[in-house]
Write a protein that binds this ligand. Sequence first.
Ligand SMILES: [Zn+2]
Length: 152
Amino acid sequence: MIAAITAGLEGIKAATDLLKILNATSTQTQINEVKIGLQRSLLEAQGGLFAAQQADAASLARIHDLERQIAEFKNWETEKERYELKAIGRGAFAYALKAPVESNQGGPWYCANCFENGKKSVYQKQPGNVARSQLGIPTIYECSACPSKISP
Ligand SMILES: [Zn+2]
């Protein structure tokens, strides 16, 4: 953005210098040359300032995006304090609300992989679990965001 502002200021300075020259000109040819130079300088100044304006808008958008990310990060830091990684059986671990394990039986359990990446993704029962339970096979829960599965 500094380069764009500099280009704009240089265009304005060149235009000002041309106006000084205009006072010393006496022929129509010289006046026409100064006019052309003046137009070129003003176009350069306009282009430089337009580029600076675009760079400023891009910077403001980036600042807004970073402020949003910071707010999300702070919210996540607060939210994640409510949960802890728990052993939920058969070597399976998941994040659940900080409370006695008994009160979290049946979930909701959150995928440890996703949770540590800043997302709460609930483990969902797989559709084939009715048949599995009839055969005495443990229920399988699947993360809704990644391939992680648990069988507590
Ligand atoms: Zn996951």
